[in-house]
Write a protein that binds this ligand. Structure first.
Ligand code: TXA
Ligand code: MG
Length: 342
């Protein structure tokens, strides 16, 4: 039985947070709200609890988890020889949607780090998440979806994916950003973004100077390549429908999709205000110039397309800078890297 705990506000719902902390301390699993997406949390330092996260999600065991902390003191328990760059980023972006990869201390079990010598750490800004960590311990928390389906951005998504598979779900508001955190690796010579998110590459460069973007952010890894971030090699975020990104102007998009045969399962995924020009059914994900709104809505729309039994979805292409890079990174994975340039 999965307990549904209502927690909309940290101060009013302290009882729900206390119950969740008890479950975590006893080695259980709790889905929790964060400002990016909902996470499936367990004690990061308890091998058995972490093993159960992999089982509940059906997640491949070589895909490491992010450890969530509530303050800088916790960071120093997980990692040593922390570079100056990490301190600069923590000062500027924590608490917030940034995950930093550092060398791990032996206290972090191999199962949490997917067998890697490094650990991914994030201090979320969501008050309920942080209060829960404060009252328990560092929490390993991947996105709270069944592996391969779009990340959950609402409590309902978590219930749909995980009811019956976890001990509790802390039900709160919809997530503020709607895409997962930016992941930056600081263990190499040059800082490298492994996954774009709401903290943009431009913002990171403003603090650190040179920042590289890993090839896997925009390109499909060939089978013999080793992913710097194991999560990058999995298809991810995929709805049942086949998604095809159309990179080009709205005019070209309208012309292209209007010519397609009128099959029942065909949908267009376009920006607000564009649907009226189409002959096919459509859903929208934010305005063309508002990448935050696109990020906020993308995963919900991908789930909605499944509910509508969409079979083929032609999607308008987001801009590839700022937060748009995060949106494009998720959409191109959902599309299995299929892009038509017009
Ligand atoms: O916003 C987020 O980051 C959400 C919320 C819940 O915090 N969490 C999340 O976790 O998206 P997950 O497990 O779905 O994605 C973590 C990503 C994966 O691509 C994983 O491979 C990568 O981070 N990762 C974790 N530890 C790593 C490490 N030590 N080295 C390289 N990549 C790592
Ligand atoms: Mg995930």
């Amino acid at each position: 039985m999965t307990k549904l705990l209502s927690a909309l506000d940290k101060n009013q719902d302290i009882k729900a947070i206390i119950t969740a902390a008890e479950i975590i301390k006893a080695g259980g699993l709790v889905a929790i709200p964060t400002e990016t997406v909902y996470g499936l949390a367990a004690n990061a330092l308890d091998e058995n609890a972490v093993k159960n996260i992999f089982i509940a999600k059906g997640r491949p065991s070589d895909n490491p988890l992010i450890v969530h902390i509530s303050d800088m003191e916790m960071l120093y328990t997980l990692s040593d020889n922390i570079p100056k760059t990490a301190e600069l980023l923590a000062e500027k972006f924590w608490p917030g949607a940034l995950t930093i990869i550092l060398w791990k201390k032996p206290i972090v079990p191999d199962i949490t780090s997917g067998g890697l010598p490094t650990v991914a750490v994030r201090m979320p800004s969501h008050e309920i998440a942080r209060e829960l960590i404060r009252r328990s311990m560092p929490l390993a928390a991947p996105s709270a979806n069944i592996s391969g389906s779009p990340s959950p951005t609402t409590a309902e998504h978590c219930i749909k994916d995980l009811a019956g598979r976890v001990d509790a779900i802390l039900c709160s508001d919809d997530c503020k950003y709607g895409v997962e955190s930016t992941v930056i690796d600081l263990t190499g010579e040059i800082p490298r973004v492994l996954r774009p998110g709401a903290i943009t590459v431009e913002e990171l460069r403003a603090v650190l100077g040179t920042v590289e973007i890993d090839d896997a952010v925009l390109n499909k890894l060939s089978d013999n390549m080793i992913a710097s971030s194991p999560g990058m090699k999995y298809k991810h975020y995929s709805p049942k429908a086949k998604i095809i990104i159309i990179d080009g102007s709205l005019e070209k998009f309208v012309e292209y999709t209007n010519k397609l045969p009128n099959e029942n399962g065909i949908y267009c995924l376009v920006f607000e205000g564009e649907g009226g020009r189409l002959q096919k059914k459509s859903l929208t994900y934010g305005k063309e110039n508002d990448a935050y709104k696109q990020a906020h809505e993308l995963f919900s729309r991908l789930r909605e397309l499944d509910e509508k039994n969409a079979t083929k979805v032609y999607a308008r292409c987001p801009k590839k800078d700022g937060v748009g890079l995060a949106v494009y990174n998720r959409l191109i994975r959902a599309a299995g890297f299929e892009v038509i340039t017009l």
